[in-house]
Design a protein around this ligand. Structure first.
Ligand SMILES: O=C(O)CCC(=O)C(=O)O
Ligand SMILES: [Fe+2]
Length: 276
């Protein structure tokens, strides 16, 4: 087994330092600055832009990013397959007010796929690739392939009834150190150009600080076949409708080209994606 894969399965994440060149960073920042301006103008008011390949915001640098060899080869190593499925591309943008994305695993114990997802470490991954220094994310290392501990459940239950993204003030009334009070947690500090590949079954949380500019590319890959097997792995197929007519994207490149073909096949099979 490659050491990247062993590391990923063991800890639930791998940090790739400096995967974006200066010129790619500059191009991507040009693209995401437009998103941040749109948010300032009130075009949308979310903490993320979900479909970066949408023609309203599309920029060629996103295709260059999706063909980035280092990211592709590391993902192939971790997933132990040369070709894998693409799970859409979003951008995390922080918030205009102090917020906390509360502690969660992307799928909770009541989800029918929960146990299978815990058992599937190394078959799927999600990434946060930072265009600006980004210390938003918190994780509990090693929590991706085991049941929740009582201490974790107790701490998280302090925030029961809270919105997924809540006012930081409300959270610090529960725990003045939130999110740092979660047992065994650590803060992930990404420098611009770093990329964290992680298992979305890790306990994770994120702080959104208005004074800190954030534009972090967020997407994922999964082994072929998982989308057919499990609803949880159909994330992204329900949106991105513009990709059905992808001429506007131009040249698709060696990695993203075949991934888009397969994405469109899956989208036709599961038009409602994970919402089915
Ligand atoms: O903002 C982040 O880095 C994490 C967001 C997240 O965990 C989610 O949307 O499920
Ligand atoms: Fe999450």
């Amino acid at each position: 087994m490659s050491s990247l894969r062993a590391d990923f399965i063991g800890k639930g994440y791998v940090l790739l330092k400096g995967v974006l060149s200066d010129s790619m960073l500059a191009d991507l920042r040009e693209a995401t600055d437009r998103l941040l301006d749109m948010r300032t103008q009130g075009v949308f008011d979310d903490y993320r832009y979900q479909c970066l390949l949408d023609p309203k915001v599309f920029h060629r640098s996103y295709i260059d990013f999706l063909n980035l060899e280092t990211l592709h080869l590391a993902s192939a190593d971790i997933l132990d397959c040369a070709k894998f499925d693409f799970g859409a591309l979003a951008c995390l943008l922080g918030s205009i007010d102090p917020k906390l994305c509360i502690w969660h695993q992307d799928f909770a114990p009541h989800d029918p796929d929960y146990e299978t997802l815990l058992a599937g470490a190394g078959t799927f991954l999600q990434y946060n690739c930072a265009l600006y220094d980004d210390a938003s994310l918190w994780i509990v290392e090693g929590s991706h392939d085991r049941s929740r501990t009582e201490a974790e459940t107790d701490y998280a239950s302090g925030f029961n009834g809270f919105e997924f993204i809540s006012d930081m003030d409300d959270c610090t009334r529960i725990d003045e150190d939130a999110p740092a009070g979660m047992p065994g947690c650590m803060n992930v500090r990404l420098s611009a150009g770093d990329c964290l590949l992680y298992d979305s079954m890790l306990w994770h949380a994120a702080t959104y600080e208005p004074d800190v500019k954030r534009a972090t590319l967020h997407g994922g890959f999964r082994q072929p076949g998982l989308s057919e097997e499990m609803k949880a792995h159909r994330w992204g197929l329900d949106h991105n409708d513009s990709l059905l007519d992808p001429g506007y994207l131009g040249e698709l490149g060696p990695y993203f080209g075949p991934q888009l073909e397969r994405f469109l096949e899956l989208k036709k099979m599961f038009p409602k994606g994970a919402l089915d």
